[in-house]
Design a protein around this ligand. Structure first.
Ligand SMILES: Nc1ncnc2c1ncn2[C@@H]1O[C@H](COP(=O)(O)OP(=O)(O)OP(=O)(O)O)[C@@H](O)[C@H]1O
Length: 733
């Protein structure tokens, strides 16, 4: 945590002290409100003793609202108040958001902005929630479109202590002579701070083009594009928080799902929403979208390309129609002295007929039994004399309870899991049967041996989800709904506040297992979502509104047209709003210049963002003999660790990740992380060492884009270590 600013600048110190007094007042009020809400919660529980149905419903509502409010007040609000606007007199329309302090502009208004809205006992506005329309000028005002803002002030705090203030003077003509203006603006001050293990929220310094996307209409589809470091992920997460504020009923009860590229990434961003007071968002990596499936491995690029292709949907639909391996190839039963039997051809025909309209195999199990009974009954009519024949119903009820029939049905038409059917594709003959005419011979050969039921890959997850859909669900028994305030059998009353709060929150966000109807779906790094993954994500939001953020120039997916078709199918024809972010806030210009030169050489037509700050430190390159690669990488990493205060990433070709991680075993610096090239998507480090850049460039057809991603992860220092320099663009002479 940075130290407070010392009073070498007396005006600044006076301003910090003034703001501290205001912030103290806000925290005192927060304490009072916490106590009031806790009282309300207690009173709500008291009502349960009355015991009528009506009072219990009222109690539930009261406890729920009180617990939620208390949760909002209890969240660890690092920097609860982070902004102040001083507005000109003409901008003042009502006192609704005016803070009870002396305005810096006579006749104008001071308005404080923070992570949640608070009013004092007189109902005057102490803090305006950053998401409220009244806070918008804090993000949207510029010197050319001032929105009445004379001075915008950003407060930097640690806990309840104000450390520093940074001002932007937007309207010098309207500022009184004696109005203090300190600092050079908050954005640059923020960007030069060290990177921690988790991503920071940007709530105090959201820029106007980002704010446009964050506050885009809640319904329909919001598409956000932008190059590396333009804040797409930050925008996606702040938008999730904004939507929950704008229409909490809809988005909290329906749920908001945020999908990111990898587990490393999900861990990296997982602190942002809680820091904004939002804990109800479901955050998943592409490998975690399907309940109960864990995938840790990545397929090699050429296999992932086949597994991710839309054609796999047809392959799997065919696989699901195939016979169960080892299934009985005939069925015989003795009925009234007559042998009835169905041979393989008859059984295959029944299976094909049943699955012809669509292979909902598990859903039509009962129907399959009915078809077998039909066929047997028709046979009985042909073989038995008229006086021994029965009606279809009589026949069916007799045979259906026959043990052999039950056993046969269990083997011939078992309940199938997606895992079982994917496992069938380990059999080369079956694989060929399912793929013939859909995939090329080369592609089929690639898939042979590429399915391993003992360990799924990230690409397999979407295939399992596809199979789940194709298999359909057998009818389920309904479970009785739990009383949300009931924690243990026989105990009606909850015991502790912690229980009550947890139960109330769970009640608001309770989702059935494998929930598939989110009200909003946010997809980050959308350029890397394969067509099959789009189908998987699309199933989670059939009625959802969407926010999709990505950068085509960073795409690892080679068939962009196919991925675009799959995305269109997932989001449907909902109304779209499109935004482009143009400023790179992450990389020092010296670092981004190199990344940009690498991608421009391959794709000169791309529009790239502009990096806003320069560090004066050029990237360093080492080209070494293979035998020196290890030593030099380790040395480069320790040098960069010594130079930066924050995290350091070592980015390797996917194939070398385990080996390179081994080089650092026992190195014991928690700031260092080794990631494969594909796992580096979306990540950020203060210092980066890219190992074997040429090998990353050669990782499949989109390798140069993956290298562009790797080279654009560092905020301050970039070092490359490789055994050849062919990737390095010629330096401009
Ligand atoms: N308005 C802002 N104020 C302060 N920091 C910002 C702002 N916008 C972005 N940043 C910072 O810039 C960095 C990059 O942001 P982010 O990761 O969201 O970019 P991105 O567009 O998703 O990048 P990429 O496509 O390369 O993964 C982060 O550290 C983020 O906190």
């Amino acid at each position: 945590m940075s130290a407070p600013v010392h009073d070498s600048d007396p005006i600044r110190q006076v301003e910090i002290d003034n703001e501290q007094r205001y912030v103290d007042r806000v925290y005192t009020r927060l304490g009072e409100l916490r106590r009031t809400v806790a009282e309300a919660e207690k009173a709500g529980y008291g009502m349960s003793r009355v015991g009528t149905h009506g009072s219990l419903v009222e109690r539930d509502a009261m406890v729920f609202h009180a617990a939620r409010r208390r949760h909002a007040l209890d969240a660890e609000y690092e920097g609860l108040v982070f902004g102040r606007l001083d507005l000109a007199p003409e901008a003042r329309r009502s006192d609704e958001y005016s803070s009870p302090v002396e305005p810096a502009v006579p006749g104008g208004e001071a308005r404080y902005i923070g992570r949640l809205g608070l009013r004092d006992e007189e109902h005057e506005s102490l803090v305006v929630d950053w998401r409220a329309p009244a806070a918008a000028p804090f993000y949207r005002a510029t010197p050319t479109d001032r929105m009445g803002v004379v001075r915008r002030r950003t407060l930097r705090s640690s806990g309840e202590t104000v450390l520093d203030v940074e001002d932007d003077l937007l309207d010098p003509a309207a500022a009184p002579q004696d109005m203090p203006v300190v600092g050079d603006g908050a954005l640059l001050a923020t960007l030069s701070r060290a990177t921690g293990h988790g991503m920071r929220d940007i709530v105090a310094t959201i820029q106007r083009e980002q704010d446009d996307a964050i506050r885009s209409p809640a319904l329909g589809v919001t598409l956000v594009r932008g190059g590396p470091g333009t804040g797409k992920t930050a925008v996606a997460l702040h938008r999730a928080a904004y939507l929950l504020y704008a229409d909490r009923n809809r988005f909290e009860s329906g749920g908001v799902l945020v999908v990111g590229p990898s587990e490393v990434f999900v861990n990296y961003v997982s602190r942002v929403l809680p820091s904004l007071g939002e804990e109800t968002v479901t955050l998943r990596s592409l490998a975690q979208v399907v309940e109960d499936v864990t995938a840790t491995r990545h397929d090699p690029n050429e296999i992932a390309a086949v597994k991710g292709s839309l054609r796999m949907a047809r392959v799997l639909a065919r696989a699901v129609r195939d016979a169960v391996p080892g299934t009985p190839d005939r069925f015989r039963v003795l009925y009234r002295g007559q042998l009835l039997q169905l041979d393989r051809r008859a059984l295959d025909e029944i299976r094909r007929d049943l699955l012809a309209p669509g292979p909902r195999r598990n859903a039509v199990r009962a129907k399959a039994a009915g078809h077998v009974l039909d066929a047997l009954w028709r046979q009985s009519l042909q073989l038995l004399p008229a006086h021994r024949q029965q009606t279809r119903e009589e026949f069916a009820s007799e045979i259906a309870s026959n043990r052999e029939f039950i056993q046969f049905m269990g083997a011939w038409w078992p309940l199938l899991t997606p895992q079982t059917v994917l496992g069938w594709l380990t059999d080369p003959k079956r694989l060929r049967r399912s793929c013939d005419g859909i995939l090329s011979r080369v592609e089929i050969d690639r898939l042979a041996g590429a399915f391993n039921p003992d360990g799924y890959t990230v690409a397999d997850v979407a295939l399992l989800d596809e199979l789940d859909d194709l298999l359909g669900k057998p009818p389920v028994r309904k479970r009785a709904r739990r009383d949300p305030y009931h924690v243990a059998d026989g105990i009606r009353e909850l015991t502790t506040y912690a229980d009550r709060m947890a139960a109330a929150r769970a009640a608001a966000t309770e989702r059935p297992e494998d929930y598939r109807d989110y009200a909003h779906v946010v997809v980050d790094e959308a350029q890397d979502v394969s067509p099959m993954q789009w189908r998987m994500i699309g199933r989670r939001g059939p009625h959802a509104s969407w926010t999709i953020v990505g950068d085509p120039a960073q795409a690892a997916w080679t068939d962009a047209a196919e991925a675009a078709r799959a995305m269109e199918a997932a989001i449907g024809t909902r109304r779209r709003s499109e935004y482009t972010l143009t400023t790179n806030y992450r990389n020092a210009a010296e670092i981004f210049d190199l990344a940009a030169a690498v991608i421009r050489r391959a794709e000169p037509q791309l529009e790239l963002p502009t990096a806003v700050r320069s560090s004066g430190m050029l990237p360093v390159h080492h080209t070494v003999a293979p035998s020196d690669l290890r030593d030099l990488t380790v040395r480069a990493a320790s040098q960069v660790l010594a130079e930066v205060a924050g995290t350091v990433g070592v980015i390797t070709p996917m194939e070398m990740r385990a080996e390179v991680a081994g080089w650092f075993t026992g190195a014991g610096d928690e700031r260092l992380q080794v990631v494969g090239s594909l796992e580096a998507k979306g990540m950020e480090y203060d210092g980066v060492i890219v190992v074997e850049p040429s090998a990353i460039r050669d990782e499949g057809r989109s390798g140069v884009r993956t290298l562009y991603v790797a080279l654009s992860r560092a905020t301050q220092r970039l070092t490359t270590v490789g055994t050849d320099a062919s990737w390095l663009p010629p330096s401009p002479s």
